[in-house]
Design a protein around this ligand. Structure first.
Ligand SMILES: Cc1ncc(COP(=O)(O)O)c(C=O)c1O
Length: 379
């Protein structure tokens, strides 16, 4: 049996282990100098914009919606194809989710549909950088034209560039994830890029109980905060990881090219079933390599395919289900047929293994197995 290839795996080297061990030995574990240094390093990458780290991208997005005072009566425009978190947080804020469909290959929100969805109640547009970086200039025009705040869900996009500049260096509010499946990990963690010191101060307060220190040495709370502060242990790992980010993104792109070479010409995988190739997708950080399965031609279910791949030692993921078809949103009247592209992706998508330590031979093995399993008849 050949070794198992998971669909994602973080790179952890001995320097990272030593850096974390040294932090543990220091006895300063929670938010402190290393968290500040990590925020500073991210800020430098983002052209000096303020960055505040928290315990996850979920926390960063939640605090961003709170910073923007999103609540009852407000509408938030978001793609129907993304991770559940966006739909959940709009619901938790008491606002109304206004879904739009996505484009098939980039899987990003259809920006024309998003423009058409703006109403006087629209407060925020929350697009996800998915299989391509979002167009920074178009987002800026969207914001200027409609007076709507833009919260970029860049959970998958640390290391991406849009128009030659790092995602995070431009735009309004930008949120990143450092979960182990992402291009840089701090175990769990996230970051929010904001516009100025005022917004940074609000996020700082909200991530730690809303506490404000008074001149007499006591503390006060004006606005009920959460407990989402970032640990120095995570930050130290993040600093070590950040030094490798560009090299890892380059490795991901190289492996993505190998996928395209190995899958080229397969009559079951028309180009529309593959992501945009690297030459048509500059700046993409290749967090995932996704494929739309030709389920009808295969005459087997996706579950069956995933189980067969696992039996051959290959891990397959699914990103994502359609948010408007969750029970949460069905109960509000959403049903099949509203966002056909998102629904097709939700039905057919699989995520193939892609992480910097993969070798070309691993990609070749995944492709050879994929081709074989797609054509294997079920009993
Ligand atoms: C698109 C997207 N946004 C947000 C998140 C949330 O990230 P976290 O796990 O850091 O909260 C994820 C997690 O996978 C994601 O895929």
């Amino acid at each position: 049996m050949q070794p198992f290839i998971p669909f994602a795996r973080p790179t952890i080297d001995e320097a990272m282990v030593a850096a974390v061990a040294e932090t543990l030995r220091s006895r300063w574990l929670t938010t402190g100098p290393r968290a500040a240094a990590f925020e500073q390093a991210l800020s430098e990458r983002f052209g000096g914009r303020p960055v505040r780290c928290v315990t996850s991208a979920t926390a960063a997005l939640e605090l961003a919606l709170e910073l923007l005072e999103v609540g009852a009566g407000d509408e938030v425009i978001l793609p129907a194809q993304s991770f559940f978190v966006t739909g959940n947080l709009v619901e938790r804020a008491g606002a109304t989710a206004v879904f739009v469909d996505v484009e098939l290959r980039s899987r990003n929100a259809d920006l024309d549909a998003a423009e058409a969805a703006v109403t006087p109640r629209t407060k925020v547009f929350m697009p996800t950088h998915y299989n391509a970086p979002l167009d920074a200039e178009r987002l800026a025009r969207f914001r200027a034209r409609h007076g709507v705040r833009v919260l970029e869900d860049a959970a998958l996009a640390i290391g991406s560039k849009s128009g030659g500049r790092p995602v995070g260096a431009t735009g309004d509010l930008v949120s990143f994830s450092f979960h182990p499946n992402k291009n840089l990990t701090t175990i769990e963690g996230g970051a929010l890029v904001v516009n100025d010191a005022r917004e940074a101060a609000i996020v700082e307060a909200l991530r730690f109980h809303g506490i404000r220190r008074l001149a007499d040495g006591t503390r006060d709370v004006e606005r009920a905060g959460a407990k989402y502060n970032f640990s120095d242990v995570s930050a130290r790992l993040g600093l070590e990881q950040l030094a490798h980010l560009d090299e890892w993104c380059a490795a991901r792109e190289r492996l993505a090219r190998r996928y395209f070479e190995c899958l080229a010409g397969d009559d079951l995988l028309a180009p529309e079933r593959l992501p945009l190739p690297p030459d048509e997708n500059p700046g993409h950080s290749w967090n995932m390599f996704t494929v739309l399965l030709p389920l009808e031609a295969m005459r087997r279910t996706r579950k069956d395919f995933i189980d067969a791949m696992a039996a051959e030692g290959i891990g397959i993921g699914i990103s994502y289900e359609a948010i408007h078809l969750t029970s949460l949103y069905r109960a509000k009247g959403f049903a099949e047929g509203r966002f056909p592209v998102s629904e097709r992706i939700a039905r057919e998508t699989v995520t193939l293994p892609l992480f910097p330590e993969m070798r070309d031979a691993d990609v070749e093995r995944v492709c050879e197995t994929l081709r074989r399993v797609m054509r294997r008849r079920t009993a």
